[in-house]
Design a protein around this ligand. Sequence first.
Ligand code: ARG
Length: 271
Amino acid sequence: MRKLLLCPPDYYGIEYEINPWMSRARGADTPLVQAQWRGLHEKLLSLGCDVHLVPPKPKLPDMVFTANAGLTVGKKFIPSNFRHKERAAEAPLFADWMEKDGYEIVWLPEDQFFEGEGDALFVGDTLFCGYKFRTDVSAHRAVADILQCLVISVELVDPRFYHIDTCFCPLTDGGAVWFPAAFDEYGQRTIRDHVPNLIDVVEEEAAHFSCNAVVLDQEIVLPEGAPILMKSLGERGYRCHPLPMSEFLKAGGACKCLTMFLPQRESASSF
Ligand code: ARG
């Protein structure tokens, strides 16, 4: 049973603009927000997940995106150092919750920006980390030292895909779903060299955050609007569960951003 962390959207809204999707002029529709988040919560429960909830806090509208809380491996939790001051106050709240839940908290140096699982996803024993818009490449080295695992750093080049989880989604069979144009040439080559059986997502579907999916063995919970991707995943034996996510797309997030794995991986293997 996968243990997951979610945060109810009681204080969610578009109150500032820190990525190209956010516009204060295009606010979120509160009843729809509640319905869409409940839809995700219920879907994850129905798939047998052990879902835990961190209490939301006023004035932290993006706290709902728990993937950015940090990165959990085994019993270690590395909290995020958010790049934008608007989100910085989330970090100690998540760290407190994790500590109370029994995790060992390992902080990164304050001057290294890191946005957690949003920018750090395992493919097998290798941790793929994105950098530039949010996470610093120097934080990747620090994470590798803490976890004693191989980290592959890839640069993100399209501001719409500012976290790696917006354009790259590891699958259970060791492959991944990705939007290649979100990476520079070196990153594209590196991913092609290390990850077999890649599924490319077309731009129109990537723009619906189709890569932002929660993978639970053969079940994949993803935002609706990706018929081509769902067909490819179906042919590989995955069952897709598309959900409406319009209100979270307005903040530049969807299913995966709203979910953090506890832990993402049981252990990081040594070099
Ligand atoms: N508005 C939030 C931000 O810009 C969205 C975060 C989405 N999270 C993610 N893991 N991609 O920080």
